[in-house]
Write a protein that binds this ligand. Sequence first.
Ligand SMILES: NC(=O)c1ccc[n+]([C@@H]2O[C@H](COP(=O)([O-])OP(=O)(O)OC[C@H]3O[C@@H](n4cnc5c(N)ncnc54)[C@H](O)[C@@H]3O)[C@@H](O)[C@H]2O)c1
Length: 328
Amino acid sequence: MDRIIVTGGAGYIGSHVCKALAERNLEPVAVDDLRTGRREAVRWGAFEQVAVENSDGLTQVIRRHKPVAAIHLAGLIMAGESVAKPLEYHQANVGGMLGLLQAMRATGLETLVFSSTASVYGIPAICPVTEAAPLAPVNPYGASKAICERLLDDCAAAGWLRPQALRYFNACGADDSGHIGEMHHPETHLIPLTIRAALEDGHVLAVHGNDYDTADGTGIRDYVHVSDIAEAHLLALDHLWAGKPGQPMNLGTGTGFSVRQVIAEVERQTGCPVKMTEGPRRPGDTPVLVADAQLARRVLGWTPRRSDLPTMVGSACAWHGRNGWPSE
Ligand SMILES: NC(=O)c1ccc[n+]([C@@H]2O[C@H](COP(=O)([O-])OP(=O)(O)OC[C@H]3O[C@@H](n4cnc5c(N)ncnc54)[C@H](O)[C@@H]3O)[C@@H](O)[C@H]2O)c1
């Protein structure tokens, strides 16, 4: 069975990627230092506890498992936190990318799919945002991912790397099995925060901004089911293995949902009111951030099949109903 290195394989999206690989008869090798991930999320294939900045350690992992490709999801993910901790974010995200690329170069591993983000666009002038929009990140998290994309371009131009960057919009939801799902600590993502504010005493959703120029005044984002995101990685591997050139691609649906729409769906599915406060806009937040996702559809043949709001919210409710919440 062909093996694939999955950095960040103990994390939320990485664990779903590992499952999708296993379902395709590919063997994931999860590489993760567990700084935010959970060992119990590694349920398919081997586990190697290594930091991605450690290129010698990664080189040994690659020599031992002889993978045919790598999928790089490891990294720090909180845009707000990155403003206070720029060095930590660049160390983990840029340093981690350098560590992985050095190990790939040392071992002759050429094929790489990379988790990038909509945050590379910053506050785009035109929405839905296409991949042609300028990269103008407004925080160190987005900047670190933009630098990683540049590193991929430079190594591709040098002739030894075949990279494909996928710019995810807002990942959410959980696998149908109920065995893996979102368990970030602290949680900053809207759907789990809203579900918790509906179901648990003492948890209140803070809505940042209710006076945007949108239909209901709240911000609109492009949510994508995590299993649809995982599926795109398999299509990206197929694309690269077919000898086709990689290029950055948005992973979104092109349909945005507002904060109030998410709240209404959570209330409908849980039968409980969402406890909330409404406050001012946060600096750096854009009213609407929605992908033009035509490129991934056209080039990869990617079709998000689970990214309607009831399915995304329903699967997240089922996951938290079964697994609870991260310990405080
Ligand atoms: N969740 C989203 O909505 C979203 C959106 C856009 C992009 N992304 C990107 O997707 C990737 C995965 O996100 P996630 O939500 O699954 O996050 P996550 O925190 O659940 O997973 C990240 C994993 O990487 C590991 N990790 C972090 N730094 C590491 C390092 N230096 N060495 C080894 N392991 C390390 C963590 O332990 C964790 O298991 C990230 O790169 C993130 O930037 C996520």
